[in-house]
Design a protein around this ligand. Structure first.
Ligand SMILES: [Mg+2]
Length: 157
């Protein structure tokens, strides 16, 4: 049973576009359908953990809105991070899923029980994952992956 889901931000929870406002602040756009999927996952008892290589206050804000308590930014080595996180929570990679779109996500995607990527992930990631969504990043990819995880027969133990 999948108990924890690691989510990348840029290109997964967003379309990967990084926009700056006139004050030089980063502007990111999030998808409401993804948001509802995350709320649903949390309500079923799944631990949703957002892990980003970048740092953005907007990510904090959006995650707080959705009830995601675990938000880690500026993480360069996601596999080491996940390894530590799982140990601290007495969980294993067998109970973990992850969604990512680019090369920094690969080591973690290879290690988890169920891996996912948006339709516009880089080819090296897409060939390797268990699930490729029909939607691109920031446009419902996370929602599709969560629906897939929650409906997985092997996840209904
Ligand atoms: Mg990314």
């Amino acid at each position: 049973m999948i108990k924890v889901l690691f989510l990348d931000v840029d290109g997964v929870l967003t379309d990967g576009t990084i926009t700056y406002d006139i004050y030089g602040r980063e502007v990111k756009r999030f998808n409401v359908k993804d948001g509802y999927g995350i709320v649903r996952a949390i309500n079923t008892g799944m631990d949703v953990v957002v892990v980003s290589g970048r740092i953005s206050s907007q990510v904090e804000k959006r995650c707080r809105e959705l009830g995601i308590k675990e938000v880690y930014q500026g993480v360069s080595d996601k596999l080491s991070f996940a390894d530590r996180y799982l140990k601290e929570h007495s969980l294993t990679f067998e109970e973990a899923a992850a969604m990512g779109d680019d090369l920094p996500d690969l080591p973690l995607l290879k290690r988890v029980k169920v891996s996912g990527a948006p339709s516009d992930a880089v080819p090296q990631v897409k060939v390797l994952v268990d699930f490729v969504s029909r939607s691109p990043g920031g446009k419902g990819a996370v929602r599709e992956f969560i629906d897939f995880l929650l409906n997985e027969p092997s996840n209904e133990k």
